[in-house]
Ligand binder design. Sequence first.
Ligand SMILES: *[C@@H]1O[C@H](CO)[C@@H](O)[C@H](O)[C@H]1NC(C)=O
Ligand SMILES: *[C@@H]1O[C@H](CO)[C@@H](O)[C@H](O)[C@H]1NC(C)=O
Ligand SMILES: *[C@@H]1O[C@H](CO)[C@@H](O)[C@H](O)[C@H]1NC(C)=O
Ligand SMILES: *[C@@H]1O[C@H](CO)[C@@H](O)[C@H](O)[C@H]1NC(C)=O
Ligand SMILES: *[C@@H]1O[C@H](CO)[C@@H](O)[C@H](O)[C@H]1NC(C)=O
Ligand SMILES: *[C@@H]1O[C@H](CO)[C@@H](O)[C@H](O)[C@H]1NC(C)=O
Ligand SMILES: *[C@@H]1O[C@H](CO)[C@@H](O)[C@H](O)[C@H]1NC(C)=O
Length: 803
Amino acid sequence: MQSFFSFLVGISLLNGVPGFALAAGFDGSRFAWYTSESGEDFKSSVPIGNGRLGATVFGNTIENLVLNENSVWSGPWEDRVNPASKAALSRIRSMLVAGNITSAGQLAMSSLAGNPTSPKAYQPLVNMSFDFGHRASGISSYTRWLDTFQGTAGVSYTHGGVNYSREFVPSHPHGVLAFRFSASGKGNLNVKLSLARQKSVISQNFTVRNGTTSGHSATLAASSGQANNAITFWSEARVVNSGGTVRSTGDGLSVTGADYLDVYFDAETSYRHRDAASAQAELKRKLDAASTAGFTVVRETAIADFTSLMGRVKLNLGTSGSAGTQPTPARLSNFKKNPNADPQLVALMFNFGRQQLAASSRDTGPLSLPANLQGIWNRDYSPAWQSKYTININLEMNYWPALVTNMAEVQKPVFDLISVAVPRAQAVAKSMYGCDGIVMHHNTDLWGDSAPVDKGTPYTVWPMGAAWLSSDAMEHYRYTQNQTFLRTTVWPLLQKTAAFYYCYLFSWNGYWTAGPSLTPEHAFVVPRGMQEAGRSEGLDVSIEMDNQLLRELFTNVNQTCAALGLSADDPDCAKANAYRSKIQPPRVGPKRGEIQEWRAEYDETEAGHRHFSNLWGLYPGHQLITPELTKPAKRFLDRRMSSGSGSTGWSRAWAVNLYARLLEGDSAWRHAQQLIQKFPTANLWNSDSGPGSSFQIDGNFGLTAGIAEMLVQSHGGVVHLLPALPRTVVPEGSVEGLVARGNFVVDAKWKAGKLTEGKVLARSGGRLEVRVQGGDKFQVNGKPYSGPVETKAGEVYVISLAV
Ligand SMILES: *[C@@H]1O[C@H](CO)[C@@H](O)[C@H](O)[C@H]1NC(C)=O
Ligand SMILES: *[C@@H]1O[C@H](CO)[C@@H](O)[C@H](O)[C@H]1NC(C)=O
Ligand SMILES: *[C@@H]1O[C@H](CO)[C@@H](O)[C@H](O)[C@H]1NC(C)=O
Ligand SMILES: *[C@@H]1O[C@H](CO)[C@@H](O)[C@H](O)[C@H]1NC(C)=O
Ligand SMILES: *[C@@H]1O[C@H](CO)[C@@H](O)[C@H](O)[C@H]1NC(C)=O
Ligand SMILES: *[C@@H]1O[C@H](CO)[C@@H](O)[C@H](O)[C@H]1NC(C)=O
Ligand SMILES: *[C@@H]1O[C@H](CO)[C@@H](O)[C@H](O)[C@H]1NC(C)=O
């Protein structure tokens, strides 16, 4: 993995400029790279980030970086709860129970939908441009790249006999973005730089400090909106030149005759600072520290930090030969015709998913923010779906690769956001439902907004958001075995979530039932005997996904009780156990023989709907993996896919994971390939329906998780090696560093579709039960395996097939 870096350093001397790259050196599993500029196309710009600040590198003749900071959203928190909610709830519920579906839906929309209907939207920060005075027609040997291993980006080209390079380094340790612009020879770098924002700029300043080493500054302060308490931010680019001079032009800084130029960028916002003085002091502290350390040190520490995450997993799905040595757009295009020729593109997509997650979600203090629908990258004031946190699948999908691909710490921002949301979610539980505990609906924002969102019966009234999020906290514990986290985060969250349902659920058909609720974002045809027959509606009671989430919640309380040493008589544990025994088990529809989606086997409005909500318990959950339920789950999945599901990138990514859970490696692989054939934009971002449609990052993360899911699974207490290996298409390969529940780190090598060597590192010790592929006999440390092994923390257990 280090070889390319030394290679790059090697050629950089040859080319007389650091960071100058030759295309021939790009490892096809690691680099996305381009031989042309992005122009105005955001979706071919190269995205990097330090977990809080994001940048996309267009690499145009005039470089125009789109910069983001993850707490710049469109305004302050506001109470959107509909005051009519509490009074209307029981009426809506009785109408639904009586089969008066349409009227229930109408009353729900007028009395439960929030006002306004939407929480806040994620906003762009600033644009930063660098004009080198070059002509596009004079540029040759152009290369632009993303290094997924180091998390860095670069551009290099020749103009007028001089070699130029641009290096872009996001630094989590220094909390800044650092850029270096270089030219071969002496004094050949001229550049005019400026910061710009279209809306609500408060002040701009281009300061030249003579005779100081602290550098020159371009600053821009702005507000995200007119409202009081909108987000205010202060941003600064600190410029340190080597050689030449810097002067202010009033609307920017002009650098002439430099050898190279370093730029350190930061932005601080009112989300994390109570006043301007505090934000500005933090801005100064970070920029002073970075510029004092200097670019070389900032780059080295940033790369050491980033590669410490990325280097934990190594994936080899086979080599592509010449198919893998081409620029990324050519590979994407060839992959449409001949996907089997470029397995390294699948590995690149896997690595890209991990890079994007590490770039958009890091612990940056107590108010860290998670990756939103666009990760951290957005240039629009009205982004698609407000670029929110959508919690009826999308935010959760963002984190599917976090645990299994050995980056548990990138989830920390999710738990920070939940902490922010808890008081909001308590207030909504009280005011809408008259209940204690917490409730969240299908979206939230940086304020933890918990009220219902938008206005439509198939999506607005879904009181299950906190249930899903709490299960993610439990999974974090299952993978990491962090007892402190279990005690201080999981347990209080489960209790608050359960407290809501103890009040909110009602008894129907002998079971504790949620409703009014829905199966995310699907509608059914109201059957004869219900009102109004033939209409398409969304609201119902006893939704299959709700039941699965509730069963998971009460099971998680039970398991946490056990892990904390509480007895079944403890009131919290006893209550959860009692509720769990009265949750409707999954129903198999009489006509179709599939896991049912609503309370009855209604006709669907979209047989190929993009969500697989009633298969929640197949993936990410696993309660449908039983001898009785796997078949009806598969039947549903097969029919939904053959009816056109997988129609968005994230939906297709979910299908990859579902087929992997069904142990159908070839199907999982085929859907992964089809995802890569259809959805990635030029810069590898996932899209809704192809490169011309909106960018949404969940599909990238879901795909990364799906590839891992083919190679190791660990639900149900067994570490399963190569459970869904696509044996015919990927007969040979290896993976290192995936993580299984129980905090086991798993390596596996295979040849001719068979495991040749496995290794399990027991990071926490504990009982290790193993399965290999379809149930092959194997040895552990040379002895035949006959059942679970009691492991010691820190020890490695070697798995080999019995001879
Ligand atoms: C620029 O790079 C090329 C290789 O791409 C090299 O041949 C050339 O000598 C370099 N020019 C300078 C001025 O260093
Ligand atoms: C359904 O609800 C509407 C509105 O409250 C009411 O007018 C109608 O009588 C109800 N019908 C049934 C069958 O409950
Ligand atoms: C940056 O420029 C793009 C157009 O290239 C524009 O869409 C975007 O809104 C600008 N960003 C800001 C923060 O104004
Ligand atoms: C610009 O910054 C300098 C140095 O910090 C300061 O002295 C000056 O007052 C600022 N000018 C404006 C217009 O804010
Ligand atoms: C910086 O130095 C230049 C050249 O000596 C001079 O013209 C300029 O006024 C100085 N600027 C400041 C802010 O002192
Ligand atoms: C365990 O969880 C606690 C509480 O969330 C956290 O502070 C700590 O860093 C975690 N330990 C590890 C090793 O990640
Ligand atoms: C957890 O649930 C199991 C199965 O219902 C039960 O036997 C056990 O007592 C429960 N444990 C606790 C601590 O509640």
